[in-house]
Design a binder for this molecule. Structure first.
Ligand code: PLP
Length: 427
C-alpha cells in the first residue's frame, strides 16, 4: 500500500487533470482503476511516469508490430511533416498515398488492386459494406443490402459495423434498436454448418450484398481460430450464390498470423479486403479498403452517381501514408515473418503449462497470437497483478492473450509468458 501511495503521489499533474476530462474507452470510469500514466514508449516496452518499464504484451491493440518508436518510421514521418503534413484527396493526389496504394496492390494476392484510404478499422469495414451495396446498385441489381457475418466476429464500433458483430457481444447489445438488421451465422466448420449456410444463402440470395469474415482469427470476439478450409468454403459458397466475399484483415493483416495476410494461408482471394492496425506499424491512424478489379469496374462508369459515395476529411493523410510506406520497408528488409514464426514457437512452448492450471479451458497459439481461455475471470484483479509483475497484459471476456511486437525478443516474451503463468497460478 505504501508503494501504491508513493506512486500515486508521483503521478504527474496532467494525470489528475486528464482524469477529470478524458473519457476513456470501454471503461466504467467510476469504478475502474485509474489508467496508468505513460511517459514514453520504447521498443516493446511502455515507460510509466514513475519510471517503471512494462513489457508490452498487447502492442497497443495489436498495432505496433515493429515495436514502438522504430527510427525508420519516426524519421519518415518527420521528413513528411516538414514537407506536407496534410492535403485532402478531394481532387488531389500526393506521392505517399500513390506509393502506398501501388505497394499494397503489389503485396496483396490476386487482383486486389484498388485502394480506398480511411482512418480507422471500423470505417474501413463501413466502406467495404457501402462498396458492396453500391456494387450491386451500380450493376443494376436491386435489394442486396444485407450482410452475412459470423458468431464470434468483431468488425468495429460504428453503427454499421456493430450490426455485423456477434450480437452476444455485451458491448453492442445496448444499441440493437439502432442497428440495421444483419444475418449472423455459424462459420462453415463442418458438414452441418456448411449445409446451413448454403441454405441461408440460397433462400436469401436476393438480399445479401456480401459475406464478411475475419480470416483465420476472430480477434476481439475472443481470439477464436478457424482453419483455412473455412475460408475456401466461404469462397466457394459466395461464388455459388453470386455474392461478394469480404475479408476483414484489420487485425490479421501484416504478418500477425504468420503470413503477410491471413488469406494467403487459404489461397483465397476475397472481393474486398480491409486493413488497418499494423498498416502504419502502429504509429498513425490509417486504414484501407481494397477492392478487386471486378468490384472497381462496377464503379468505373460515365454515370457520376456510380462513383463511390464516401470521402473522409483525413483520408490518405500523408503523414500516415509515409509511416505505412516506412513500415512496408521494414517488412521488406527485416525478417518479420521469421520473427513471427519464432514467437509462435516460443508461445506454444511457454504457454503450454497454463493448460494444467485450474480454470483454464484452452490454450491456443497462431502466429504472434497466444490466448489462454479461462472459465471465469476477475479482470481488474488480473490487470493489477500483471502490472505488479512488470508486464502490460489486458485481458477481455474470459481471455488472457498476447499479441506482442514482432521484434520483442526472447527474453521479454519469456517475461510475458512467465507472468501469465504465475498470475494465473496464484488466482
Ligand atoms: N475489424 C477488426 C477485425 C478489428 O479487430 C477491429 C478492432 O479491433 C476493427 C475492425 C475496428 O478497428 P478500429 O478500432 O480501428 O475502428
Amino acid at each position: 500500500l505504501a508503494a501504491v501511495t508513493e506512486r500515486e503521489q508521483s503521478a504527474p499533474d496532467w494525470h489528475a487533470d486528464g482524469l477529470a476530462h478524458v473519457w476513456l474507452p470501454y471503461a466504467q470510469m467510476k469504478t475502474a482503476p485509474a489508467p496508468l500514466p505513460v511517459a514514453a514508449t520504447r521498443g516493446s516496452r511502455i515507460v510509466l511516469a514513475d519510471g517503471r518499464e512494462l513489457v508490452d504484451g498487447v502492442a497497443s491493440w495489436w498495432t505496433a508490430c515493429h515495436g514502438y518508436n522504430h527510427p525508420h518510421i519516426t524519421s519518415a514521418v518527420a521528413r513528411q511533416l516538414a514537407t506536407m503534413p496534410h492535403v485532402m484527396l478531394g481532387g488531389l493526389l500526393h506521392e505517399p498515398a500513390a506509393l502506398l496504394a501501388t505497394r499494397l496492390a503489389a503485396l496483396l494476392p490476386g487482383d486486389l488492386d484498388r485502394v480506398f484510404f480511411t482512418d480507422s478499422g471500423s470505417v474501413a469495414v463501413e466502406v467495404a459494406m457501402k462498396m458492396a451495396v453500391q456494387y450491386w446498385i451500380n450493376t443494376g441489381v436491386c435489394g442486396r443490402k444485407r450482410f452475412v457475418a459470423f458468431r464470434g466476429g468483431y468488425h468495429g464500433d460504428t453503427t454499421g459495423t456493430m450490426a455485423v458483430c456477434d450480437p452476444n457481444e455485451g458491448m453492442h447489445r445496448l444499441f440493437h434498436g439502432l442497428l440495421p438488421e444483419q444475418i449472423i451465422a455459424d462459420l462453415p466448420r463442418d458438414e452441418e454448418t456448411v449445409a446451413a449456410l448454403d441454405r441461408l444463402l440460397a433462400e436469401r440470395a436476393d438480399e445479401i450484398a456480401g459475406i464478411l469474415v475475419e480470416p483465420l482469427v476472430q480477434g476481439a470476439g475472443g481470439m477464436l481460430f478457424h482453419d483455412a478450409a473455412v475460408l475456401q468454403r466461404l469462397r466457394a459458397l459466395a461464388d455459388k450464390h453470386g455474392t461478394l466475399l469480404i475479408f476483414d484483415e484489420v487485425f490479421t493483416g501484416f504478418g500477425r498470423t504468420g503470413t503477410m495476410f491471413a488469406c494467403e494461408q487459404a489461397g483465397v482471394v476475397p472481393d474486398i479486403l480491409t486493413l488497418s492496425k499494423a498498416l502504419t506499424g502502429g504509429t498513425m491512424p490509417l486504414a484501407a479498403t481494397v477492392a478487386s478489379k471486378r468490384v472497381f469496374e462496377a464503379f468505373w462508369s460515365d454515370d457520376p452517381m456510380h462513383a463511390l459515395m464516401h470521402g473522409p476529411t483525413f483520408m490518405g493523410n500523408p503523414l500516415a501514408c509515409a509511416a505505412a510506406n516506412a513500415s512496408l520497408d521494414l517488412f521488406a528488409r527485416e525478417p518479420r515473418l521469421a520473427q513471427v514464426a519464432a514467437i509462435e514457437a516460443q508461445l506454444t512452448e511457454q504457454l503450454a503449462p497454463c493448460r494444467d492450471l485450474p480454470g483454464v479451458v484452452d490454450v491456443r497459439v497462431r502466429g504472434a497470437i497466444g490466448a489462454v481461455e479461462l472459465d471465469a475471470i476477475d479482470i481488474p484483479a488480473l490487470k493489477a497483478h500483471f502490472v505488479e509483475a512488470g508486464v502490460y497484459v489486458r485481458p477481455f471476456g474470459r481471455i488472457v492473450y498476447l499479441t506482442p511486437a514482432f521484434t520483442i525478443g526472447e527474453a521479454d516474451l519469456a517475461r510475458l509468458t512467465g507472468a501469465i503463468f504465475r498470475v494465473l497460478s496464484s488466482r
